[in-house]
Design a protein around this ligand. Structure first.
Ligand code: GAL
Length: 730
């Protein structure tokens, strides 16, 4: 071997080494892994503070501000679900625009210098219609959701691929230099697997393998799934997670949903969770070795359109989150948590380096001390729900209010206590700007066989007919009364009983409203039972059955029914009781106003509307239309709907959601102390008031002039008392 060749070989080897080092360096520069203590980013253990912001629950115009406020609030990560039914409204037809512009959302988070936890799902729960599943999925032959079922797994895999490939193409995974550091493949599957056993186990194994096989380079999570396959991280969801232990000792202790409040249901009181308790739960989790915490929700936002699940989930998804529905800072929650994050970050090095040593400070008090080299951080906890105490720790004395934790990033100075709130409450203010000048249009109850109606023997399930393209389905039939019926003379009218699987209905006899009935989130079923004025001859019975969001949680919720399934009976006739359930019924999907597209400018113009003294008020099934100019400024806007009953609202052709102020809040609205274990029934407000009175009208959906507001009102109310309000916080 000549000298020259040797030199070349050495140079080649050096070059090779340099290349290897280079590629190693570039791979470690974007690398997510984990160990028993924490998620590691670029080889560095991190305490990560995350918050949920669901992109379709706000507008793209709101996103930068929400993300910026999240960053100012001390967040490292934004967590979101991916909303399958928004992205694939019909099979193979994808939609990624406007509020569903996922790439734009993820890139905005990246630009803000934050990470993303992308819960690709595709099951999301989330009080979102059908738990995020497209309704067409229910009608795929042979399908069974969230179990070892080929048609389901095929569809789930297709959608997961679609999203992962989209993220890869945009170089959004951390391994590609993007912000996504974590994903999720199933949501709270533990309880389902527990119920269904072997097929559930097979499915979760399949789901984990499928997800990990996609080679995203970032870890996958399955939340609330104690038995999750080893290739994914099992995480905790709840109000408290300090005692949670991942299945394997090699996994970090992560909390994917710390509920900052709770959702609002129509008919329920409005839940809230004190900031002190949220902070306490986080500090308690961190002192017990937790290293990832996500606020569900950090900004809850709005269930625009018909995206609310449930049924009976309200349009507001405010969640008592640190950023309120309108994106304003909810104080003291936002600041109090920001200060908590600062104190935790000051302690980060000790927290990720050491395991806590627990010391007793009193009967109900403890210190958790993290000592690493010369670093030391301590958490001093008082679990007592009534008494504040003075404890001794090292050479100092510390006052700990009831149910609180102090953080000492240097083991000396208490920089933060979870129960000491330094910021005043910010009250929300709804200042009326003005009313509207309305026009009305009556939606006649369907009484005859007309366009688009069809007739069948017996009562049919609602969603199988509507495919959830509308809330509304008409059931109509003829009741022929002979002149010999005794009630015609006695005045003792027969009793009509209608049993429905849900969720609401309006009953019309000969075109007149006979009554309405509705269920609740707890029990969506309805029984309507009233005397009805029938006359000799043919009587038209028309039932408008109304869905209020499809279920988003529960074992095989895809099999649950909606609509008038009977029995329907008429009692008190000469021949006693008639069972009408098997009679001929005619069906019509949707309202006439929907078919006419009354919610749009072009659909509403050709129609004759009444106004001025002819304006129809307090009549069921009425459409209202008004035009207005946008008020100046940037403050968020809402509609005060207190004077109407139930229906839907559109602005410039976009649906802002269902309104139902007439469903007032039941429940217990006593006083509520921050101290002691929280649950969603503990702190509630608005009892006796509408569960939701104000409806968010996104600024960006308005033009400077000539905005068209359309309302469909089912119950009848006074539109002249609907106000546009400016939203602010003091
Ligand atoms: C969790 C679920 C979330 C959301 C939350 C409650 O169980 O994972 O999607 O539904 O409850 O608001």
């Amino acid at each position: 071997m000549g000298l020259k060749t040797q030199t070349w070989n050495m140079m080649g080897a050096k070059l090779m080494l340099a290349l290897i080092l280079l590629s190693w360096a570039s791979s470690v520069s974007c690398f997510v892994s984990y160990d028993r203590k924490a998620i590691l980013i670029n080889g560095k253990r991190r305490i990560l503070i995350s918050g949920s912001i669901h992109y379709p629950r706000s507008t793209p115009e709101m996103w930068p501000d929400l993300i910026w406020k999240a960053k100012q609030g001390g967040l490292d990560v934004i967590q979101t679900y991916v909303f399958w039914n928004g992205h694939e409204p019909s099979p193979g037809k994808y939609y990624f625009e406007d509020r569903y512009d996922l790439v734009r959302f993820v890139k905005l988070v990246q630009q803000a210098g934050l990470y993303v936890h992308l819960r690709i799902g595709p099951y999301i729960c989330a009080e979102w219609n059908f738990g995020g599943f497209p309704v067409w999925l229910k009608y795929v032959p042979g399908i069974s959701f969230r179990t070892d079922n080929k048609p389901f797994e095929d569809a789930m895999q297709r959608f997961t691929y679609k999203i992962v490939n989209l993220m890869k193409a945009e170089r959004l995974f951390q391994t590609q230099g993007g912000p996504i550091i974590l994903s999720q493949i199933e949501n709270e599957y533990g309880p389902i697997e527990w119920e269904i056993g072997a097929p559930g186990k097979a499915y979760s194994q399949w789901a984990a393998n499928m997800a990990v096989g996609l080679g995203t380079g970032v870890p996958w999570v399955m939340c609330k799934h104690e038995d999750a396959p080893d290739s994914v991280i099992d995480t905790c969801n709840g109000y408290y997670c300090e005692n949670f232990k991942p299945k394997s000792i090699y996994k970090p202790k992560m909390w994917t949903e710390n509920w900052t409040g709770w959702y609002i249901e129509f008919g329920g009181a409005v839940p809230y969770r004190p900031a002190e308790d949220v902070a306490f739960s986080v500090a308690r989790f961190i002192q017990n070795g937790g290293s990832f915490i996500n606020y569900y929700m950090y900004h809850g936002g709005t269930n625009f359109g018909r995206t609310a699940g449930g049924p009976f989930i309200a349009t507001s998804y405010d969640f008592d989150a640190p950023l309120d529905e309108f994106g304003l800072l909810r104080e003291p929650k936002w600041s109090h948590l920001r200060d908590l994050h600062k104190a935790i970050k000051q302690s980060e090095w000790a927290l990720v380096s050491a395991d806590p040593q627990v010391q007793w400070l009193g009967s109900n008090q403890e210190a958790h001390v993290f000592k690493a080299g010369s670093g030391c951080a301590a958490f001093l906890a008082n679990y007592d729900t009534k008494y504040s105490v003075r404890v001794k720790f090292r050479n100092g004395q510390y006052d700990l209010p009831a149910w609180s934790i102090s953080i000492l990033p240097d083991c000396k100075t208490a920089v933060y206590n979870t129960a000491r709130v330094g910021v005043p409450i910010s009250q929300i203010k709804m200042v009326p700007i003005g009313g509207f000048s309305w026009q009305s249009y009556i939606e006649e109850p369907v009484s005859a066989f007309g366009d688009g109606t069809f007739t069948k023997d017996g009562l049919l399930e609602q969603i199988s007919l509507t495919w959830d393209t509308t809330d509304y389905l008409w059931y109509t039939t003829d009741i022929t009364i002979s002149p010999n019926e005794a009630f015609l003379w006695s005045g003792q009218y027969p009793v009509l009983t209608i049993m429905s699987a849900g969720h609401a209905m309006h009953v019309f006899v000969n075109g007149e409203l006979a009554g309405s009935a509705y269920g609740s989130l707890k029990d969506p079923r309805i029984t309507y039972s009233e005397k009805v004025k029938l006359r000799a001859g043919i009587n038209k019975l028309s039932i408008l059955s109304v869905a209020v969001g499809l279920p988003n949680v529960g074992l095989h919720f895809e099999t649950w029914n909606t609509g008038v399934l009977g029995p329907v009976t008429l009692k008190g006739l000469n021949s006693r009781t008639w069972d009408m359930s098997k009679w001929k019924w005619s069906y019509k999907v949707g309202l006439k106003g929907e078919a006419l597209n009354l919610h749009t400018q072009s659909g509403s113009s050709p129609v004759e509307w009444l106004e001025g003294s002819k304006l129809v008020q307090r009549q069921p099934l009425t459409w209202y239309k008004a035009t207005f100019d946008a008020p100046p400024g940037h403050a968020p806007l809402a509609l005060d709907m207190n004077s109407v009953g139930k229906g839907q609202i559109w602005i410039n052709g976009r649906s802002i959601g269902r309104h139902w102020p007439a469903y007032t809040a039941r429940g217990n609205c006593g006083t509520c102390s921050y101290a002691g274990t929280f649950n969603e029934y503990k702190c509630r407000k608005n009892c006796g008031q509408p569960s939701q009175r104000w409806y968010h009208l996104p600024r960006s959906w308005l033009k400077p002039t000539g905005n068209q507001l359309v309302i469909f009102e089912e119950w009848g109310g006074n539109p002249n008392q609907i106000f546009l309000v400016r939203v602010s916080r003091t």
